[in-house]
Design a protein around this ligand. Structure first.
Ligand SMILES: [Fe+2]
Ligand SMILES: [Fe+2]
Length: 147
């Protein structure tokens, strides 16, 4: 599978999950099971996705491509903390805590993930893959197809 398509596909999958999360967390019709299901789907994709990015982005940067590596890595850390808070609240099962998390953390994390992916997409869509040498492309391909 083409490298660009693989990464685009993962971002599209995540965007779909975020839409589902929004749908299930609408005021007045909060569906905790739906939220849990979609959070699980998000968590299943996300860690490996981040791992690949943390390999690929510095790799591209070293080859002269403009990538905000530190910023993206910092955001990965921040997003991880948000996810952990949401997970802890859901596991606790306390209705009030869950409601609070949905109102605060979940909506914030959805917005932050979208913002984060927009930045990454601008890198991925901006890369001139043709300008990378065959050897570099093979290395990037290896990283992407690993997960
Ligand atoms: Fe990322
Ligand atoms: Fe990403």
């Amino acid at each position: 599978m083409d490298i660009i398509e693989k990464l685009k596909e993962e971002h599209l999958k995540i965007r779909t999950i975020l839409l589902n999360l929004e749908m299930h967390s609408r005021k007045g019709s909060v569906d905790t099971d739906g939220i849990l299901f979609n959070l699980k789907s998000l968590y299943d994709i996300w860690d490996k996705h981040e791992e690949k990015e943390e390999d690929i982005f510095p790799y591209l940067e070293k080859r002269g491509i403009n990538v905000p590596v530190q910023e993206l890595r910092f955001e990965h850390g921040a997003l991880r903390r948000h996810r952990e808070r949401i997970r802890a609240a859901l596991i606790s099962g306390a209705a009030l805590k869950i409601e609070e998390i949905i109102n605060l953390d979940l909506n914030i994390v959805i917005a932050k993930i979208r913002e984060h992916m927009n930045k990454e997409d601008s890198v991925l869509y901006g890369v001139s893959w043709e300008s990378l040498k065959e050897k570099d492309l093979d290395e990037v391909k290896r990283i992407v197809e690993r997960g």
